[in-house]
Ligand binder design. Structure first.
Ligand code: F3S
Length: 399
């Protein structure tokens, strides 16, 4: 890979340890993927924030970089293993909280904005069309590439952090036009009537177009929350982190429709629900906000739960960014949800919090949430926001 004089100097340690280590990571990555050069990035989103996933080795690595490392571009964080302010109410232990706080302090010393969310585009980390970025969380990467038209590979935590310290990333993969060409046309021949249908659609396409870039036709309208749900699902269940929807996402009209075609019909959506849903009636955990809730979703939750009560042996978590929660506070939605017994899970989510063994059965709007909660040994049910709130109130899944 060709380096400029300044990049060579960084590699030789002229800007200190963190930048040298970062250059080593970026050069190694560039050589593996045959990148010709490094390119500037406009922003970074770093995953690998939960102490649950990092462990002590990860914490030590971050501490070593934080000694002299300062990020060069706007950098935000993926969800951590706990709500950074109200971890006690989510049942997190003091030992875990102490380690998680040390992780966050290390990121803070690096100059990173402590905004732990997988929807950074809702809170000010909003890249422009065709802007090169280095993001790591898979749903956010897919949203950035597909809905915003920005350009990013799916970075690992260390390579994203390296990009933040250097302000650059190797130019390969989805940074290059020819690698962003769709492989398969996906004709949608059914109606999507609720949010979770988009998660089911992502499952269905992921299974049929594994490791491909879909060009989707047959969708007339889509809302932001639907697209963010679809982004999380389709990449979790198999596609590359980029898709086009004809007439909806940027750049779709400039692409040639692929000849290879698959169709998605009502039976495929039903099959997705059958595969995602387990055979259970009793629910003890309801978690919505995967990806993190928008203010519109929180408004919907407040409307659905007003004057009701979450059942005593059920927990309802609303996962969102702290910034969106602050907006919910101001608009009165937080008070309504908390009065009903719901809890906010800011800065964290059901996949990265230490939940293994705590709950038996989850209800959620999210196909991705179901995928990860099975790893946490929960049975899963996916449905609309209304169905999830009803499950929180009754403790049963009535569908
Ligand atoms: Fe976000 Fe966690 Fe879901 S990172 S996409 S809320 S699994």
């Amino acid at each position: 890979m060709e380096l400029t004089k300044q990049e060579q100097a960084m590699l030789e340690g002229r800007e200190g340890y963190a930048v040298r280590k970062s250059m080593e990571i970026l050069v190694a990555l560039g050589e593996i993927f045959e990148a010709k050069n490094l390119i500037d990035v406009g922003s970074v989103q770093v995953s690998g924030v939960s102490y649950h996933n990092l462990g002590d080795a990860g914490l030590e690595f971050l501490d070593s970089l934080a000694k002299d490392g300062k990020v060069k571009v706007l950098t935000t964080l993926n969800p951590a293993g706990m709500d950074l302010e109200n971890w006690q109410q989510l049942g997190i232990t003091a030992e875990f909280a102490e380690k998680q706080n040390r992780v966050i302090e290390a990121f803070q010393r690096m100059g990173i904005l402590v905004s732990c969310t997988c929807t950074p585009y809702l809170i000010g980390n909003l890249p422009l069309y065709k802007e090169h970025i280095a993001w790591s969380e898979s749903s956010a990467v897919t949203f950035a590439n597909s809905v915003l038209g920005a350009r990013t590979n799916r970075e690992g935590g260390p390579s994203a952090l390296a990009a933040a310290f250097v302000g650059k990333t190797p130019c390969y993969g989805l940074h290059i036009d020819e690698n962003r060409v769709p492989d398969v046309q996906v004709q949608i021949k059914t109606e999507l009537t609720k949010l979770s249908d988009w998660g089911a659609l992502g499952y269905a396409i992921g299974q049929k177009a594994e490791n491909q870039i879909p060009y989707i036709t047959g969708i007339k309208t889509a809302q932001l929350d639907e697209l963010k749900s679809f982004c999380a699902s389709t990449v979790t269940y198999g596609t590359k982190p980029l898709f086009y929807i004809k007439g909806i996402t940027p750049g779709a009209d400039q692409q040639v429709q692929p000849k290879k075609t698959i169709t998605i019909e009502a039976a495929d959506i039903k099959n997705a629900y059958d595969k995602i849903n387990d055979d259970t009636k009793e629910i003890d955990f309801v978690c919505v906000g995967c990806p993190h809730c928008s203010i519109k979703e929180i408004q919907e939750i407040a409307d659905l739960i007003e004057n009701k009560k979450v059942k005593t042996d059920v927990e309802l978590w609303v996962a969102t960014s702290r910034t969106v929660k602050q907006l919910a506070d101001k608009r009165g939605y937080t008070a309504v949800i908390e009065a009903a017994g719901g809890k906010f899970a800011c800065d964290t989510c059901m996949a990265v919090a230490p939940l293994k063994g705590r709950f038996k059965a989850l209800a959620t709007t999210s196909a991705k949430g179901c995928f990860y909660s099975r790893h946490n040994l929960m049975k899963t049910k996916m449905g609309s926001m209304r169905e999830c709130i009803e499950a929180a109130v009754s403790g049963t899944w009535n569908n």
